[in-house]
Design a protein around this ligand. Sequence first.
Ligand SMILES: [Fe+2]
Ligand SMILES: [Fe+2]
Ligand SMILES: [Fe+2]
Length: 411
Amino acid sequence: METRLQVNPFHFVKALSSALELSTNGISAHHLGTAIICQSFAKAMKLSSDQQQLLVTSALLHDIGAASDWDEKHKIVTDDHESHIFNHAILGFQILKQTPLFEPMAQIILHHHDRYNGPNPSGAVGDAIPLLARILHLADRIDVLIQPQQNILLQREAITKHILQSDYFDPQLIVVFEQLALKESFWLDISTLSHENLYKESTDLFGKVSLDLEDLIAVAVVFASIVDEVSRFTYKHSFNVANVASALAQFTGHSDEEVKVFYLAGLLHDLGKLSVPSSILNKQSALTDEEFLIMKQHPYYSQRILSMVDGLEELANWIGHHHEVDDGFGYPDRLLAMEFNAGIRILQIADIFCAMVEKRPYRASLSVDEVRAHLMTLVGQGKLDAQFTGVMLERLSLFNQLVDQNVSERA
Ligand SMILES: [Fe+2]
Ligand SMILES: [Fe+2]
Ligand SMILES: [Fe+2]
């Protein structure tokens, strides 16, 4: 990776949005569907391009607060229990306001379930609820009413009726909705997930036409925290792998820029774990064969999501193969050792090393000597590369200090 990394912010947000859709059965499209509906409202209402952009990106990330909570994740995509689903809106607000790039979305997401007539936990009612949040609320509730397995035009009447009967929404927006609902194209845009006109490539996201490595790391930190949050026993794992992989990159002669790319890769390597239910990730005992099969899908999804971003293909390739093994029995591509590059090797070793040093519910953290013995065994068995592992073995105590061994304090 010789040239400096520059990434289109919208591509990155759109990719991360699909990470919020991961489930055991693949990638759904609630965020994308909601964003498409928001875009139709924004155009019909002639919102400025800045406002459109803010609305659509907010829609793409609106349920970010539910990403690490499987129970809430199920609740929010149904039409029931709306009064009980404010938690993820508050959590989403807290997550987004920490990152300057995402901060403008925080307020919108805080209010995205507020009912126009209240009462709302946020205290806001009527026009005091930000306009973009009112649009997002309506768009979100339209999207959850759609049954993907049925033709959307056959559902139009029932959905429209359902929305018009509700008094949760801003009456001015209901007028806009009634006009939009008449158009077949409004509905077909949703069902075909036609997102080509969500953005123009030249668009700048909150003052950033492209994201550099520092920006990407700042955003990745948010997602790494979400991934680590899902699993209370490994709640620093992504950060540990980031620290160890970047140090190993440094000791194997990579440039400063590349070292940072390895830090980014460490943060994002387990993004696909959002497809694994917390009941599996948090299991106190060994996984059953079936549970392990579901666990095994995570590097596939990490790669799939990140390879959607122009400029991150190589990083996605490393990440997708961090569970491949030199003997050809790894997953998900069963690569052979000769197909590995330095990036794959560094992430592989960093991940294995961190897993050994971190505590697990069923075992203590391994000592430096135990880790050494274990790594040497894996090299001897032809499962790990001798050269890269050797660089780590020469400085094992130093690498050991880079890993936070603790499990979460959360109950
Ligand atoms: Fe929501
Ligand atoms: Fe992993
Ligand atoms: Fe990992």
